[in-house]
Design a protein around this ligand. Structure first.
Ligand code: CP
Length: 317
């Protein structure tokens, strides 16, 4: 594996999950792999879980780790080529990236969608520039359109908790006061479409995700109907993808907030969310605090998904 930006980079997904479960049993088994190697994590956006879990994964592999917060202490970066740089951005990303690459062996990048230009976001301009110009293996710590470390951790968590060979997994939109990217639902759909699960997506009309990620999965606009018999409920907000509403909030309808009312029609489903979560917007206190909530083990598995990815990148570099 030379880069990690989507599910296909993992190859055989079942084998990747088994590798993750093996690593989880002894997460220090490969601590020689990263000896004298440096992991650089570059954040254009805030993070709690990704920052800590990825750093921990690197340390488990024996790596030195460095973190750069672009918006806190680094020079503000120009990302467009051809711009006359007479504004507030003193450094161009095309110099900054190879310089960062000179100091490390593997680079993780977090760069969210900016919702200014759909083509810029869905071209994955920032992370693709890192892949092209850093000279080092690059992995996504959530890019504009995908969050594959999260979705891999989600699949590991489902594998650990499933009670039937082919569980019903429902991805549900839920309300949020701010416009959020589609990266998490895109990647979750990408992984569920590759996994052996009965996958259903539910959201209000107008929140259709990109066909490249939905890939023919069942879309049910009636949330209660979608929840019937579900084994896993995965809640997430996202802003509209379809034109002309790209990046806009179309609804804040709290009837879509996941509550005991909807959970009652499931097959005693587990509740999942990538976190951070806004309580009583996305999910009620009662549901997230219930025994069926697995948001903490889900977050804990971020260390494992990151470790599989970084290990594979080191093995191939
Ligand atoms: N789920 C997730 O990526 O969390 P952070 O944004 O805190 O890293």
């Amino acid at each position: 594996m030379k880069t990690y930006t989507n599910v296909k980079d993992l190859g055989n997904l079942q084998q990747a999950v088994q590798e993750a479960l093996e690593i989880k049993k002894n997460r220090y088994a490969y601590k020689h792999i990263g000896e004298n190697k440096t992991l650089l994590m570059v954040f254009f956006n805030s993070s709690l879980r990704t920052r800590l879990s990825t750093q921990k994964a690197g340390m488990n592999l024996g790596m030195n780790t460095m973190v750069l917060d672009i918006n806190q202490g680094a020079w503000k970066l120009e990302t467009e080529r051809g711009v006359v740089m007479d504004g507030d951005k003193p450094e161009h990303i095309l110099e900054a990236i190879p310089v960062m690459g000179a100091y490390c062996d593997v680079i993780g990048v977090r760069a969210f969608a900016q919702f200014e230009d759909k083509f810029f976001d869905y071209s994955e301009t920032i992370i693709n520039q890192f892949i092209k110009y850093s000279g080092k293996p690059v992995f996504s710590m959530e890019a504009a359109t995908a969050h594959p470390l999260q979705a891999f951790a989600d699949l590991i968590t489902i594998e650990e908790h499933k009670k039937t060979a082919r569980p019903k997994v429902v991805l549900t939109w839920a309300p949020h006061p701010r416009a959020l990217p589609q990266a998490v639902p895109n990647s979750f759909a990408d992984f569920m479409n590759e996994a052996d699960v009965d996958f259903v997506i539910t959201h209000p009309e107008g929140y259709e995700l990109a066909d490249d990620f939905v890939r023919g999965a069942k879309v049910e606009y009636n949330q209660m109907k979608a929840f019937e018999g579900a084994d896993f409920i995965y809640a997430k907000n996202w802003a509209a993808y379809q034109d002309p509403n790209y990046g806009k909030i179309l609804s804040t309808d709290r009837n879509w907030t996941v509550s005991e009312r909807q959970m009652a029609v499931t097959n005693n489903a587990y509740f999942m969310h990538c976190l951070p979560v806004r309580r009583n917007m996305i999910v009620t206190d009662e549901v997230i605090e219930s025994p069926q909530s697995i948001v903490i083990p889900e977050a804990a598995n971020r260390e494992i998904s990151a470790q599989v990815v970084i290990k594979r990148l080191l093995e191939n570099s």
